[in-house]
Design a protein around this ligand. Sequence first.
Ligand code: HEC
Ligand code: HEC
Ligand code: HEC
Ligand code: HEC
Ligand code: HEC
Ligand code: HEC
Ligand code: HEC
Ligand code: HEC
Ligand code: HEC
Ligand code: HEC
Ligand code: HEC
Ligand code: HEC
Length: 282
Amino acid sequence: MQRKRYKALFIAVPLALLWTLPTHAQGKEQSVKGDVAQNLYSADPQPLTPVQCGQCHPAIYQQIKQDGKRHQFECVECHQQLHAYNPIRKNWSEIMPQCSSCHDLPHGKAFTDCLKCHSNPHTPLTIPSDNLADSCGTCHAGPMAELTQFPSSHTEQGCATCHTSHGLIPSCMDCHEPHVTGQKVDSCKACHPVHKPLEVVYDVSQSSTTTCGSCHEGVYGEWSGTASKHGEVTCAACHNKHGLIPNCQKCHETPHDANLLKKFPVCLDCHINVHDLPIKRK
Ligand code: HEC
Ligand code: HEC
Ligand code: HEC
Ligand code: HEC
Ligand code: HEC
Ligand code: HEC
Ligand code: HEC
Ligand code: HEC
Ligand code: HEC
Ligand code: HEC
Ligand code: HEC
Ligand code: HEC
C-alpha cells in the first residue's frame, strides 16, 4: 500500500524539483545581467547535506535528529542511489541501503532479517516490542529461565505485557496497589525479584513490620502493643525468611538450667505468646 503512494510521487519528484528552480520570468531577468548568470554557475554542485535532504523529508530528518543515535551521519553514506525508485521496475529493495554493507551479524547467525526488528533504520534502537515477538529469551536467557523455573502469575504474562517497548522498565504500581500506602517501588523489588515474584526475600535488617502487618493483622496488633522486649525485635529479624518459624535458641542459647529444659522442652509452654511475652512489670 505504501509503495502505491510512490506512483503518484514518482511524478511529484520532478515537479518538486522544478518548483525549486528559478521561474521563467526570473531566468529572463538574469539573462540580461550576464555577469550574475555566470556567478550562478561558478561553483560546482556539492552533495546535499542532511539539512537539505530534510527540507523535503522533514519527518525523517526529525527522527534521525531525535533518535538516530549513532546513525546520525550523512544520509548519502547510506543512500548511495537516490530518487531512483521505479514502481514499474519494482526496484525498491535494490536501491535501498543494505545493512550488510556496513554491519556483520552482530547477534549471530540466528538473526539475519535486520529490518524485522530494527524496523526503522533512521531510529535503529527504537524497536517496538511486538517486533521482537518470541525472541526475547534468545538474548535474555536469565529472565526467561527465572520465569520458567519459578512459575507465578508473571510467567503467564508475556514479556511484552510489561516491557511494552524494548528496554522499558515498568513500575509495579502500573498494575498493583502497594501493601501499605507510601511504599516505594524499590522496596517491592527488594522483596519480590520480579521474574520470580513468589520467591520473597528480604533484608532482615530492614524494618518491614507494617508490610508484614498488612496481611498478619492479628499478630501485628499483639506485637505492636506488647510490653516485652520482643516489641523491639522486628518481624523479619525472627522470621528471616517468609513463613519460617525461628527456634528460640537461635537468639537465647541456654536461658535456663538444663534440667528444667529437659523437663519442659517447649519454651512457649511457659512463655505462652512469643509476640506478646507475659512479663513481670516492675
Ligand atoms: C544508516 C543508514 C541510513 C541513513 C543514515 C539514512 N537512511 Fe534513509 N533509509 C535507510 C534504509 C535501509 C531505508 C529502507 C527502509 C525500508 O525499506 O523499509 C531507508 C529509507 C528511506 C526513505 C524511504 C522510506 C520512507 O520512510 O519514506 C527515505 C525518504 C529516506 N530513507 C530518507 C533519508 C534521509 C532524508 C536521510 C538523512 C536525513 C536518511 N534517509 C538517512 C537507511 C538510511
Ligand atoms: C526537492 C525535494 C527533495 C530533496 C531535496 C530530496 N528529496 Fe528525496 N524524495 C523527494 C520526493 C518528493 C520523493 C518521493 C517519495 C516521498 O518522499 O514520499 C523522494 C524520495 C526519496 C527516497 C525514496 C525513493 C527513492 O527513489 O529513493 C529516498 C531514499 C530519498 N528521497 C532520499 C533523499 C535523500 C537522502 C536526500 C538528500 C541527499 C533527498 N532525498 C533529497 C524529494 C526530495
Ligand atoms: C553506511 C553504513 C551503515 C549502514 C548501511 C547501516 N549502518 Fe548501522 N551503524 C553504522 C555505524 C557507523 C554505526 C555506529 C558504529 C557501530 O555500532 O558499529 C551503526 C550503528 C548501528 C546500530 C546501533 C546504534 C547505536 O546508537 O548504538 C544499530 C542498531 C544499527 N546500526 C542497525 C543497522 C541496521 C538495522 C541497518 C540496515 C537497515 C544499518 N544499521 C545500516 C553504519 C551503518
Ligand atoms: C530479533 C530481533 C533482532 C534482529 C533480527 C536484529 N536485531 Fe539488532 N538488536 C536487537 C535488539 C533488541 C538490540 C538491542 C537494542 C538496545 O540496546 O536497546 C539490538 C542491537 C543492535 C546493535 C547495537 C548493539 C550491538 O550489538 O552492537 C546493532 C549494531 C544491531 N542490533 C544491528 C543489527 C543488524 C545489522 C541486524 C541484521 C543482521 C540485526 N541487528 C538484527 C534486535 C534485533
Ligand atoms: C537481539 C538481542 C535482543 C533481543 C531479541 C531482545 N533484547 Fe532486550 N536487550 C538487548 C541488548 C543488547 C540490550 C542492552 C544491553 C544492556 O543494557 O544490558 C537490551 C536491553 C533490554 C532491557 C533493559 C535492560 C536494563 O538493564 O535496563 C530490557 C528490559 C529488555 N532488553 C527486554 C527485552 C524484551 C522484553 C525482549 C523481547 C520482547 C527483548 N529484550 C529482546 C538485546 C536483545
Ligand atoms: C510482570 C512484569 C514483567 C514481566 C512479565 C517480565 N518482566 Fe522483565 N522486568 C520487569 C521489571 C519491573 C524489571 C526491573 C527489575 C528491577 O529493576 O529489579 C525487569 C527487568 C528486566 C531486564 C533487565 C534486568 C535483568 O534482569 O536482566 C530484562 C533483560 C528483562 N526484564 C527481560 C524480560 C524478559 C525477556 C521477559 C520475558 C521472558 C520479561 N522480562 C518479563 C517486569 C517484567
Ligand atoms: C503489566 C502488569 C504488571 C506489572 C508491571 C507487575 N505485575 Fe505483578 N502481577 C501482574 C498480574 C496480572 C498478576 C496476577 C494477578 C494478581 O495477582 O494481581 C501479578 C501477580 C503478582 C504477584 C503474585 C504472583 C502469583 O503468582 O500469585 C506478585 C508477588 C507480584 N505480581 C509482584 C509484582 C512486583 C513486585 C512488581 C514490580 C517489580 C510487579 N508485580 C509488576 C501484573 C503485573
Ligand atoms: C517486606 C517484604 C515485602 C515488600 C517490601 C513487598 N512485598 Fe509484596 N508480598 C510479600 C509477601 C511475604 C507476600 C506473600 C507471599 C505469599 O503469599 O507467599 C507478598 C505478596 C504480594 C502480592 C500477591 C498478592 C497478594 O496481595 O497477596 C503482590 C501483588 C505483591 N506482594 C506486590 C507487592 C508490591 C507492588 C510491593 C511494593 C509496593 C510489595 N509487594 C512489597 C512481601 C513484600
Ligand atoms: C501479601 C500478604 C502477606 C504479607 C505482606 C506477608 N505475609 Fe506472611 N503469610 C501470608 C500468607 C498468605 C501466609 C500463609 C501461606 C503461606 O504459607 O505461604 C503467610 C505465612 C506466614 C508465616 C507462617 C505462618 C504459619 O502458620 O506457619 C509467617 C511466620 C509469616 N507469614 C510471616 C510474615 C512476615 C514476617 C512478613 C513480613 C516480612 C509477612 N509474613 C508478610 C501473607 C503475607
Ligand atoms: C531473633 C532473635 C530472637 C528470637 C528468635 C527469640 N528472641 Fe527472645 N529476645 C530477643 C531479644 C533481642 C530480647 C531482648 C533481650 C534483652 O534486651 O536483654 C529477647 C527477650 C526475651 C525475653 C525477655 C522478655 C523481656 O521483655 O524481658 C524472653 C522471655 C524471651 N525473649 C523468650 C523467647 C522465646 C520463648 C523465644 C522463642 C519462642 C524467643 N525469645 C525467641 C531475641 C529473640
Ligand atoms: C522474637 C521473635 C519473633 C518476632 C519479633 C515475631 N515473631 Fe512471629 N513467630 C515467632 C515464633 C517463634 C512463632 C511460632 C509461634 C508458635 O509456635 O506458637 C511465630 C509465629 C508467627 C506466625 C504464625 C502463627 C500465628 O500466630 O499466626 C505469624 C503469622 C507470625 N509469627 C508473624 C509475625 C509478624 C507479622 C511479626 C511482626 C509484627 C512477628 N511475627 C514477629 C517469632 C517471632
Ligand atoms: C518451666 C517454665 C519455663 C520454660 C520451659 C522456659 N522458661 Fe524462660 N523463663 C521462665 C520464667 C519463670 C522466667 C523469668 C520470668 C521473668 O523474669 O519475667 C523466664 C525467663 C526467661 C528469659 C529472660 C531471662 C532474663 O535474663 O531476663 C528468657 C530469654 C527465657 N526465659 C527464654 C526461654 C527459652 C528460650 C526457653 C526454651 C528453651 C525457655 N525460656 C523455657 C520460665 C520458663
